[in-house]
Design a protein around this ligand. Sequence first.
Ligand code: PMT
Length: 407
Amino acid sequence: MRVAVGVTGGVAAYKAAELVRLLQQEGLEVEVAMTRAAREFVTPLTFAALTGRKVITEMFGAENAAPANVENAIEHIAVAQRIDALVIAPATADFLARMANGLADDFLSTLVLATKAPVIVAPAMNVNMWEHAATQENLGRLRARGVRVVEPGEGYLACGMTGAGRLAEIEGIARAVCETLGLKHDLAGETLLITAGPTREEVDPVRYLTNRSSGKMGYALAEAALRRGARVILVSGPVALAPPEKVEFVPVRTAEEMRKAMFEQLPQATVVLMAAAVADYRPANPAVQKIKRGTGPLTLELAPTPDILAEVATQKGSRTLVGFAAETTDLAENARGKLLRKGADLLVANDVTQQGAGFDVDTNIVTLLRRDGSQLELPKMTKQDLASRILDEVAALRGTAGRDRSR
Ligand code: PMT
């Protein structure tokens, strides 16, 4: 989702940089528009560096530039259409007055009129300006039009006075944006231990047995959980993906290494999600030297690996345990057997023979099997959307659904 942050000219303008960072951490794409007055307090370079995008400052190209730049002249329409929310922080008394009167005399005020996305304002000003009847009337008009106002805090103000008018806490402004966008923060306080990817079982120093897991499912879960406020420990087999920023990352190779890592991390976890495709067998006696080519057939003896999910279930305690099942026949029947045998609370079963499901694709098609015997067949969806859906189930099992336990 995309958010535009509008910065207007107040001392608190520098705090908008922190707002940009917080919104980015929520997985949002952020672009910034600044009024001329805002640029007296902070330079656009700060925001350009944070967002990696051009900061929009002028309606008609660079100041005093002639001729006017047509691309810039219609940019407010392009931005207005691509954003899912517009947040103006800090919003000065002057800018609120211009908004209330529907003025469109610079890029940001024009964007306010041109967008159909929800608008959030976080006012910041001197206490007398805040309490002035004109400001309050303007805010009343904006609220009546559906603008969300994040009330300023009270305290010592930059002008030396004390009272209401201080820009609200940045976390509160970010939360208002997330709420407006329907982003949840219901897993705050939970620690999710997630496995992802394949394991590699050594045959000899240069060969191994593995499977086609790309890690996409497990990494999507990790990213979605972070966005919902959880602490995330990601135990991952070898994959080509970069771990999401802010996860605690534990790389492993073999099933045995994954088992060890899981039991080391388990005491901290309140929820365990096992999306990894762990090898069920490993070569019983990996060769110390590279196996030489011979003329006859070669038999490899395999030994079972530990069933990590089943072992974790023996130490489940109050944790919520989610397993996955990769099936090729009789999906529901086999998966329900696994749910009970492995002691999970929820099993995510994918028929990996279906197109667009299972290994190494961006989508999945699954049935969710619950311990109470109920099940839910989900249509094909991206692994990102499925991750959110699975976390909805987790939140329901933890009794946190609908609760915002953030920050
Ligand atoms: O990584 P991707 O390319 O995105 O693909 C996603 C996926 C297909 C790997 C994923 O959706 C999935 O189905 N993961 C589970 C694969 C699997 O190993 O299924 P299983 O039915 O063999 O195992 C059942 C459960 O027991 C799994 O939670 C597995 O992690 C766990 N297990 C299996 C074997 C073992 N020795 N120890 C385990 O803990």
